[in-house]
Structures are given as structure tokens and as C-alpha cells.
Design a protein around this ligand. Sequence first.
Ligand code: PA5
Length: 446
Amino acid sequence: MKITLTHAASFIPAGSLNELAAKTAQCNALLENGQGAGNDFLGWVHLPSSITPEFLDEVQASADALRQRCEVVVVAGIGGSYLGARAVNEALGSSFDAFRAKDRKNPYVVYAGNNIGEDYLADLMEFLADKQFGIINISKSGTTTETALAFRLLKTMLEKQVGKAEAKNRIVAVTDRAKGALRSLATQEGYKTFVIPDNVGGRFSVLTPVGLLAIAVAGFDIRALVKGAQDMEQQTADNVPYEQNPACQYAAMRNALYQYGKKIEILVNYNPRLHYFSEWWKQLYGESEGKQHKGIFPASVDFTTDLHSMGQWIQDGERSIFETVISIKQANREVRVPMDEENLDGLNFLAGKRVDEVNKMAELGTRLAHIDGGVPNILIEFDKIDEYNIGQFIYFFERGCGISGYMLGVNPFDQPGVEAYKKNMFALLDKPGYEKESAAIKARLG
Ligand code: PA5
């Protein structure tokens, strides 16, 4: 991978990056020496290099057991308990996977427990009604309402469909080693389980079984993914100087831009398969940095699609934004524009070119236009979308996030703000234990 800061540096005063660049070294060292805030959640820092081949074999064996039995596997989880797996699976899979029922080699992976939409759940259960399906239920706390609710519905349905004994072969739980309702339920029912390490928070957990199992079920190479992350762990370590350390460079530049009024970072991709990567990235940075009334707001767009909806704002709206562009050097598939004798659509100037070449010119043209329009631009280039590069991509952004959060002066590894809505929801639903809150919120609502 390569990071280019030239077209972001031109938007901040000369020399202003130097102090921040120096600060990245201190903040990166805090991730290594564990002396920063949230240091009980630093398990992700050396996670890639601590993954053993034996452990990957165990994950693969569990995935293979599900692959043999199931044509569909439902991944039930929310936030950090599903976004990583979905990001990787959608980046690597065919955009039309859902419609390839006949010639599929891999189970179709679908997602639940990440919303409370009744229509969504009804649609899902209708879809599963005539399918051989299994469930990976993922929840670190083991008590998350969205996930637990979906799991109760799906477990009930599966047991009716195939019987309790066979359902047991098709359910895997990924949760805390000891606590939470999911742990006790899984023990009671005798499900295969994987542990989410205590010191790895949800949004940093894609390289644990939280992500790896569902990725292996979908047929992707988890060894290559982990290898990419391991290599990036080395490239971003605290002994790698700023000039060679892409995570430090990224963290320094986004904090510099923030100091000069750029409060919104827009992650840009030019490949629709990366849509969920942006969703994963938004959670990673949003939940890590949005604290104490501080933090860059992470937004995302899929270009060129969103150039026809958000392009005007980005080109011409308030100058409080910067873009971080994920540029993929080479498409995986090849499609060329055909020649048409009649040329009624006027497209013969593109005949013979790869579609990716057209996309690349749209990318370059847009970058230049946005820079001219006053939008600082960080460019991050990857060779291609494959397991190895995605492994690099994941760890690069995780490391950049840890450094950046410390530079901002927050604890990047907690998420106290997420509790507020839950407290109100439980009070409104009369959950036992919330009687006082329930009375207060009902009085407030009249
Ligand atoms: O990053 C986080 O910690 C959160 O997004 C959690 O992953 C999310 O809230 C789901 O929590 P749990 O895994 O406990 O169900």
C-alpha cells in the first residue's frame, strides 16, 4: 500500500505537520507500552502476529462443518460483531452472489441481528424457510438486544426445521469466555463456541473469530488475510520511523486537517464492493474518536454513484471536509467496451478500453476537481482487492485509529455514549431492573 499526503499538505500551513508527526511516535509507542487510556483493550495491537496456524485450522474446521451442512449461513451480530465480516465478504465476493443459487460453491452468507426491523426479519425468515441454514451468533457482551432477538427467532425456526439435535450442529456462538447470556445459553445447549478475547473491543475484532469464521464460511482465504495484517503490523510498529510508517502519516495528517477546521472526513471508494468497508471504517473511527465533544465525523461515499447525489456538496458546499480516497490499482475482472458500428450512443471513443480505465479517469478527474474546489485529499493506494491486501487494509486503519485517537486526547477504546439509547429503550420496554428509569422517562414523555 502507499499513502500520498501531497494534496492534503497544501491545505495546511507549511511546517504545521512537523509537531504532529513527532506526536505520532509518542502515541504509537503508547499502543506498544500500554501506558495510554483504555490500555485494557490493546489486544488487537499484536493480534495478527499472535494468530497461530493451529488456531486458523480450528476456525477453518468449524467453517467447513457449516459449509458442508448449510446453503445459507446467517451471521447474527451488530456493530463490531458483524461489520468486519460483512466488509471482507462483500469486498471479495461477487456483487450478484445472492442470485447464483444454482452454481454456488460456497454458502450464501446473510446478516441479521443488526437492526430491529420486523419487515427485515420476516423477509429473512421467509427466505430461509426452504433453505438448509445455519447461524453464527456473535456478541461479546452476550446481551445485545438486536442480536439476541434475531437469534431467538432464528434458533426457534431452525429447531423446528431440522430438530434440536441437528440445529446444534449448525449453530456456532462467538462470545466472551465466561460472562453474558449467550455464553450460558451456548454452554447449556452444547454449541461449538469461540472466544472473543477480553482485551479486544468489538470494532477491533475482525481478525478474531468474530470476523474470521464468517469469512472462512464464505470461502475466502483467512490465512492470506491474516498474513496481510501481520505484514502491516510490522510496517506500522512504533520502531518504524514516521517517513516509512503509513499509519503515523495518516493519523498526523487527519489531525492536522482537523485542527485547521476540516471536521468531516469522507472516505471515498470507486468500487461498489467496498461499500461495507466504509461502514466498518465509519464505526472504527466514529466510535473511537467521537468523545468529549471532539472528533472528526467519519462519512463515506461510493463513487462514481454518489457523484450524482453528493458531488455538488463536496465540490461546492461548506469547506469543512476532506477526502480520503481508497484507490485500487487494478480491477480483478476484465470487461472491455465493445465497438459499435452505428455509434448511436457516441461511446466509440471508449471502444477497446477496459471499464476500469474509464473508472480510473473518473477517479483522477474527480480528485483534481475536488482539490481545485478546496477539498484536501489523502490518497491511499492498494494493489488489488484480495485477502492479503484487505488484511493490510484492516490493520492499517486500526493502527491509524489507535494513534489518531491518542493524538486527539480521547480514550479510543471505549464507547460510553452507546449506552444512552439502550437505557431509554429498556425503560420504555419495562425491562426488569429499569423501573426507576421507566418511571422517569414516562413522566418526561407525559
Ligand atoms: O465496537 C463495539 O464495541 C460495538 O460496536 C459492539 O461490537 C456492538 O455494540 C455489539 O456488541 P456485542 O458484541 O456485545 O453484542
